[in-house]
Design a protein around this ligand. Structure first.
Ligand code: DTR
Length: 341
């Protein structure tokens, strides 16, 4: 009898245990059906890096039928501009958007896009950047999974006082970042390096008297209220990358990985086009709403200004050729510029 009772107790215990295991595996299944990812960005939500982030989120959530949910963090609320790459590698955010110029020297190959090559718009620049990245697959991106890349439109001078000649720019404190800074220095400006997110305050406080960037910021950061003059130089674009923590990417199911991979080139193209259209809108906005004067240089001036930039490419090749195939990279970029679009 005792033996019988003992057997029944054992049987009941096994049943309870099995039931518990089943419940916990059901829970796990529920948890894994929705994959939640964090996406960090450094500038405010209305700016182009964040607009492209929201577009990517919408597309991913749609194409995975809600299996992936992306939580976006604009304005440096999760990771700041300079911490973006290391923060993603460390897993502080699953995904991050970074401007390569903000960490000089770190993205040597792809930052070649910032050289004064005369790339005419963001659509062209973004395609060139993507092709260059895919050709060289530089070691600096090995620790992450690259989700897309894109560039800004060319940079122009936005300033509180008019810049009509090289004499006007001499000694003027202008804000830029990375390679674009060398351009300002070549023209005689006092270059002040800082990320875009720090620039509104620097302009307000008079630490800088203008900046050098693509013109959509006249609208998105309301610089048109302070900078009443734009000198059209159309030089130097800024390359960006969207990177994902590698282990996190590897942990995704194959169908989700495919959605991300399929979106990469499409997102690059979408962002380039968005940027070019948005620059055109910002120019109209600055003229109509804030009476900003757009100063065009004469052909002779352009030749004079461009001449001062010639040593920059040669110096970049010299400085980088022991580490990367710098000469070939410049040759590749020049030939990509000739390709029909
Ligand atoms: N031109 C670069 C990058 C840049 C251009 N537009 C934006 C908007 C928000 C953040 C960065 C950028 C720069 O001047 O930093």
């Amino acid at each position: 009898m005792k033996k019988y009772v003992y057997l029944v107790i054992c049987f009941l215990l096994v049943c309870v245990c099995l039931n518990g295991c089943k419940k916990s595996s059901d829970n796990t299944a529920n948890e894994t059906t929705i994959i939640s990812l964090t996406y960090a960005n450094f500038p405010p939500a209305s700016t182009f890096p964040c607009v492209q982030m929201e577009r990517w989120k919408t597309e991913v959530e749609k194409r995975t039928n809600g299996k992936v949910v992306v939580k976006t963090f604009p304005g440096g609320t999760l990771l700041d501009a300079k911490d973006m790459m290391d923060g993603v590698i460390a897993g502080q955010a699953d995904i991050g958007c970074l401007c390569m110029a903000y960490q000089p020297g770190r993205f040597a190959v792809t930052n070649a896009l910032a050289l004064p090559l005369g790339i005419k718009d963001a659509k062209t620049g973004s395609k060139m950047l993507w092709d260059l990245y895919n050709k060289y697959k530089p070691a600096e991106f090995e620790q992450v999974n690259v989700l897309t890349m894109f560039t800004t439109a060319p940079s122009n001078i936005m300033s509180r006082k008019p810049v009509r000649t090289l004499g006007d720019i001499k000694g003027m404190s202008l804000r830029a970042s990375g390679g674009a800074g060398e351009i300002l220095q070549a023209w005689g400006a006092n270059m002040v390096g800082m990320p875009m997110s720090a620039t509104p305050e620097a302009l307000q406080k008079g630490v800088v008297h203008g900046l050098f960037s693509s013109l959509e910021v006249m609208k998105d950061f309301s610089y048109a209220e302070l900078c009443k003059y734009v000198t059209m130089t159309d030089t130097s674009i800024y390359p960006f990358a969207v990177v994902m923590n590698k282990q996190k990417f590897e942990s995704l199911p194959d169908d989700v990985k495919k959605v991300f991979d399929d979106l990469a080139a499409e997102q690059m193209q979408w962002t380039g086009e968005y940027m070019d259209n948005h620059v055109a809108e910002a120019i109209e906005f600055s003229k109509q709403q804030h009476q900003v004067e757009f100063i065009e240089l004469t052909d002779e001036q352009k030749a004079e200004w461009n001449k001062l930039l010639e040593p920059i490419i040669a110096k970049w090749i010299e400085d980088n050729k022991s580490k990367i195939p710098a000469e070939q990279i410049v040759a590749d970029l020049k030939s990509m510029m000739q390709e029909p679009k």
